[in-house]
Ligand binder design. Sequence first.
Ligand SMILES: Nc1ncnc2c1ncn2[C@@H]1O[C@H](COP(=O)(O)OP(=O)(O)OP(=O)(O)O)[C@@H](O)[C@H]1O
Ligand SMILES: [Mg+2]
Length: 371
Amino acid sequence: MRTNTRIPCVIPMEDSKPLRVLCIEDDPDDLVLVRLAARRFAKPLQWQCTDNALGVTTALAQGVDIVLSDYHLGGYSPLRAIAEITARGLDIPLIVVSNAVGEGAAVEVLRAGAADYVSKDRLATLPMVITRVLEARDQRERQRRLLADNRAVAQRLKSLAAELVQAQENERRHLADSLHDSLGQTLTALQLHMQAADAADSTDEARSLREKSYGILRDAISQMRTLSFAVRPAQLDDQGLVVTVQSLAEVMLAPAGVDFELQTHGVERKRGGVQSALGFRVVQEAVTNAMRHARPQRMVVRLRFRDPGSLEVMVADDGVGFDTRRPHERTAIGRGLSTMGERCELTGGSLRVRSQPGRGTVLRACLGEIR
Ligand SMILES: Nc1ncnc2c1ncn2[C@@H]1O[C@H](COP(=O)(O)OP(=O)(O)OP(=O)(O)O)[C@@H](O)[C@H]1O
Ligand SMILES: [Mg+2]
């Protein structure tokens, strides 16, 4: 049977793999007509035909892209096919291709999940309908992937947040230990010396003990400054990252005789805020690591302020280096680098460490703009 219906050009599909069509039809003549009509589809078609439940199950197990099903079937129905597709968790569009079925039945199959309905006296529209339902399926697939991606990002952010809280707790514990071990002990020594001065038998002894107390007090003030700088250098807000990194080197590297060079590129923004603080933490962690693990003779820090708003930090030392594939072997704690990495990631940036035993270490952090 020929039809004069003009068919708009079908939309070309992205790949040329044949479309796997399952046709559920019990009338051999209609089957021929459906196959003829579908030939105008833009891709080659690979057919499986059946009129019963077993055939449908077998075909679905083998792989099907689209189902064309008659409505009036002797021992089967498109509703059963839809139920089976759904039960298998598949997203295979089913088009009912049938003689007039009446409005009630058409609504029933569409409600049950059929993608569309094509009357057998309008078979010429079949390729267009197939194109449309496949596009709708692709759209659903894209949305599913987007949703899955969003869920994965949300999950990653959740675990980053949990790890950050843990990192903050570790930092607080570290600070509490430092306060207790250094400042606490110095102040206790100060108290003992002052008590001894009060109880001294002679004025000379009392004066000597008071002088010692002043010395201990000076130590306590210097320890307090060092701790306060390590926790949050006030300079960072007043004078910016470049000056603060220079101070860090003076406090940590100069006394150990480590040669230091600071290179800067671009213009530091006036209020660097959280980004500057994070940049400082990265330099602080890298310098602390070098001093703890590497015995360097020379260190270079490079700060690159990029437009618009990103900051690149590079810290290199010429120390003993380490195998980056097994960084935690030499320590029980070892969370410094990974915590920095997570913080950089939260800004949309990244942190990379390159090192080899005997070849020094280079750390590069890229920090996105944080508003
Ligand atoms: N510059 C470096 N030179 C040599 N080894 C390094 C250097 N930086 C890191 N490492 C190695 O990588 C390991 C992990 O570093 P990381 O900063 O994560 O932990 P950590 O310094 O041991 O402990 P913390 O949690 O206090 O930072 C270190 O224990 C050390 O073995
Ligand atoms: Mg560390």
